[in-house]
Design a protein around this ligand. Structure first.
Ligand SMILES: Nc1ncnc2c1ncn2[C@@H]1O[C@H](COP(=O)(O)OP(=O)(O)OP(=O)(O)O)[C@@H](O)[C@H]1O
Ligand SMILES: [Mg+2]
Length: 359
């Protein structure tokens, strides 16, 4: 689904702002502090109930005000989605005037954010890459969320038993955890393989110029969190002594990662900032393309500060990528980099000069 418009009230630097969006590409530009990130944050927040900028959503209430309200419309479905936050109260989400949970919102209006943190995709801790994969699997597979929560609840329980030395109760929890962990891993692997395949398709379609060498040397693999020669129950049993000593479950899907290597070296040791950023964008777009082409889900893609660290050739690769993915895209930059040639190439693009919007 694509958002047709959004209204921000008392949100960050804005008193009141309405933006009519294109179902294709939307480009926000403006000087530092003009409100670009805030607009992307508002769109992400109304779709997901979460902020990508801050874990403290209260900070988004305009200084001097008591609450913020965001209201977005999808003209095709007629859906209205709202987020309301009063200081020191939980955020409320509504779909067509009925309260909904964060995960219901995320399923109805899926959105992905690519910002500074995502650009460090290869340098970040494994949990970060796991989360990116998990969010997409959550959209693609109805049963994933229940499986995920059950696994992490059981993991907590097993770790508690290890910590409190209640070893006689360990076996049933170990079996339960192994079975939940196997099904979780299977779902992740399916989506990872589809993404890797799409990643290959996309890089074949792009004219990567000087980046061709680094991209074609990349080796991206899914590390499931334990040695794939053994099943998970065998692994838990063979690691039992280590787990008892360390009072924690040391191996399993909670340790999974997306490993990116160039020959035998971790890509983070080799890639430049711009290369990392390009890789992150192409990987995330591959996930989007899988969601669209295989699962018929079209998340909105938000990319903040797109041009920083990208030279003009790399930026042009990014523009070609936008032409390939057919989802709604909302991206920002300090300067107006979208010239008339790019405008003609990207059908359905809307440009917004943020300083002028808020006047
Ligand atoms: N709760 C708030 N109340 C009022 N103003 C706020 C609040 N939170 C942030 N701001 C201000 O909102 C303005 C817009 O911030 P935002 O991060 O959206 O700018 P930006 O256009 O993305 O800038 P940059 O190019 O530097 O990333 C800033 O001046 C910031 O200080
Ligand atoms: Mg910003």
């Amino acid at each position: 689904m694509a958002l047709s418009s959004i209204t921000l009230s008392s949100f960050r630097c804005f008193n009141s702002l309405k933006v009519d969006l294109s179902s294709g590409a939307n480009f926000f530009y403006g000087r530092n502090g003009s409100g670009k990130t805030s607009i992307l944050e508002a769109i992400y927040l109304v779709c997901s109930g979460r902020s990508f900028k801050s874990s403290n959503i209260e900070s988004a209430v305009k200084l001097g005000k008591e609450s913020f309200k965001l209201k977005a419309y999808d003209n095709d479905s007629g859906f209205i989605i709202e987020a309301y936050k009063e200081r020191s109260k939980a955020i409320q989400l509504k779909l067509n005037n009925k309260k909904i949970t964060i995960s219901e919102a995320a399923k109805t209006f899926p959105a992905t954010i690519i910002d500074n943190k995502t650009f460090s995709f290869t340098e970040a801790a494994p949990a970060f890459r796991r989360k990116i994969l998990d969010r997409a699997v959550f959209l693609s597979d109805e049963s994933y969320s229940a499986n995920w929560f059950a696994y992490f609840r059981s993991l907590k329980q097993r770790n508690k038993l290890l910590k409190e030395r209640q070893l006689s109760s360990l076996e049933p929890w170990t079996e339960k955890l192994a079975s939940l962990g196997e099904s979780l891993t299977e779902k992740r692997k399916i989506f990872f393989d589809q993404t890797k395949n799409e990643f290959g398709n996309i890089i074949n379609k792009l004219d990567l110029k000087s980046h061709k060498v680094f991209i074609s040397n990349l080796n991206v693999n899914y590390d499931q969190g334990w040695d794939s020669i053994n099943d998970l129950l065998t692994t838990f049993n063979s690691e039992k002594d280590t787990d008892i000593r360390r009072k924690v479950t040391t191996k399993g899907p909670h340790k999974a990662d997306i490993k990116i290597f160039i020959e035998n070296t971790d890509a983070k040791e080799i890639l430049s900032r711009g290369e990392q950023k390009l890789l992150a964008i192409i990987w995330l777009c591959s996930q989007h393309e899988v969601l669209r082409s295989i699962y018929n889900i079209k998340p909105t893609l938000l990319i903040d500060d797109v041009k920083s660290e990208l030279d003009i050739d790399t930026f042009n690769i990014y523009i070609s990528l936008l032409k390939l993915i057919q989802n709604q895209v909302i991206f920002s930059n300090i300067e107006d980099q979208i010239n008339s040639k790019i405008e003609a190439e990207l059908i359905n693009i809307k440009k917004f000069h943020v300083e002028q919007l808020s006047q």
